[in-house]
Design a binder for this molecule. Structure first.
Ligand code: ADP
Ligand code: MG
Length: 428
């Protein structure tokens, strides 16, 4: 079953190729940072040394019977402290390197930390802040355990400083929630500071359909980032999931990447990092029925909700109806402006129903309005170069042009997953 034709040419014609040699040269200077991370690895070594030093001293005192209960507790807290600082270091080393220098390509590694698939400078800041709060709690606890040897002055300041860490962590978590939700406007929502867009060094290659040979090859499964450390995001996630109008809850993790005959898992894994939402770019998933386009679109939407973005899901026909209704009520402009509150709109099923010139114009207005304001994630049964067949009238080509500018395009090809299940049931 191969309903979506689409020659390589068709896929290529819709891609845009901004090539800025100077930009690439500047971007290449990020490698200057690489040695810094190796320096931190050396610092990590210092902590390992310190840890075993402390541990040895503790064991010695226990063996020689000089260890009081308080001493043991303090010594253990000190060890915990060292481990926590070492954790913080590894987070900065791996997360920072991955964000600012180069993708490490740990995806699929069985020890890949969950947060790494979702790392950006925002997440990193929140993680660091929470790690620092953890360390400062241990310090504070040490002071209180050893309260007879701690001056009131030190206790007071220890508490004040700890509170300051908590407040700043809460502020950071808050900022990476609602601010990311609004697409990181104004450039201070960490996303936009992320200097390592995956397009980075692909050079002219990155004109290839679906951005083929990018960096390291991230593969499924891409774990959903756990965000227990960012309460501001967590609390709203369920509400956002409810409000998004997904037809079913589908997760990227449940997508069997081996089922499609042809499928760009790298691009999907990259989409899963949601940079396209932060960058307000579009994405198109195209392929025959039953190949999991809606599944992937929902999976990406779920992930966006969990990352703090508001999302709305509807089919192209439903979007057209919604806009027609708004226009009839004389509030099309307001409706479009209200949609700005959603960094990601999902437009499912382009292609099954043809749109007349009027509906095409409405959808064009949506695409044009979103252009560089927010992301659209579109699924269709044919390559975007052939979306013109679906949208009648003069708005069609303009719509396609806006839609695919800077868009990530994923082509899925293969047999219907529904059919596979039907035939295997039949065989049973
Ligand atoms: P499409 O939108 O491309 O027509 P769907 O996303 O609706 O296809 O997929 C049809 C059904 O098959 C859904 O229940 C979906 O979860 C499932 N499905 C499709 N492809 C896969 C896959 N590769 N792995 C797991 N489930 C899949
Ligand atoms: Mg579908």
């Amino acid at each position: 079953m191969r309903l979506s034709g689409g020659t390589a040419e068709e896929w290529r014609t819709v891609q845009n190729t901004p090539t800025t040699t100077l930009g690439y040269a500047l971007f290449a200077t990020r490698w200057l940072q690489a040695p810094l991370y190796f320096g931190l690895v050396a610092a990590q070594g210092v902590y390992v040394y310190k840890f075993f030093n402390e541990l040895w001293a503790l064991i010695l005192r226990c063996v020689t019977g000089q260890a009081t209960e308080t001493y043991v507790m303090l010594a253990v807290l000190k060890l915990v402290d060292v481990v926590m600082i070492a954790n913080l270091l590894i987070m900065v080393i791996v997360g920072g390197y991955e964000t600012f220098v180069s993708r490490i390509g740990l995806q699929g590694h069985r020890d890949q930390p969950e947060w790494l698939s979702h790392v950006n400078s925002n997440v990193l800041k929140v993680k660091l802040a929470t790690a620092i709060v953890g360390i400062s709690s241990v310090h504070l606890l040490q002071m209180f355990v050893d309260v007879h040897h701690t001056s009131r002055h030190a206790l007071l300041w220890g508490t004040v400083i700890h509170m300051a860490f908590i407040v700043s962590a809460a502020i950071l978590a808050y900022m990476s929630g609602p601010m990311a939700e609004h697409g990181g406007h104004g450039g201070h929502g960490g996303h936009s500071k992320n200097p390592a867009p995956p397009e980075g060094e692909a050079g002219p290659e990155h004109a290839a359909p679906s951005g083929a040979p990018h960096r390291a090859a991230p593969t499924e499964p891409v774990p959903i980032p756990r965000q227990a450390d960012a309460p501001a995001q967590e609390s709203g996630a369920e509400a956002r999931l409810q409000a998004a109008g997904f037809p079913a809850r589908k997760l990227l993790e449940d997508f069997d990447a081996d089922h499609p005959r042809d499928f760009d898992r790298e691009t999907v894994a990259r989409l899963g990092k949601l940079d396209f939402v932060a960058d307000r770019r579009n994405a198109v998933l195209a392929g025959p029925p039953g190949t999991g386009k809606t599944h992937l679109a929902v999976g990406l939407g779920v992930r966006a909700c969990q990352a703090g973005h508001r999302v709305l899901f509807a089919t192209a026909a439903q979007w057209a109806a919604r806009l027609a209704e708004a226009r009839a009520a004389g509030r099309l402009a307001e409706e479009l402006a209200e949609l700005d509150a959603y960094p990601l709109l999902i437009v499912d099923e382009v292609g099954y129903v043809p749109f007349d010139a009027d509906a095409s114009r409405l959808l064009f207005q949506l695409v044009a309005h979103r252009y560089e304001r927010g992301s659209l994630l579109v699924t269709g049964d044919r390559p975007p170069a052939r979306f013109g067949e679906v949208f009648a009238g003069p708005a069609g080509p303009a719509l396609v042009d806006r839609l695919v500018h800077r868009a990530e395009i994923v082509r899925i090809d293969g047999d219907s997953y529904r059919m596979r299940r039907a035939t295997s049931t039949w065989a049973d």
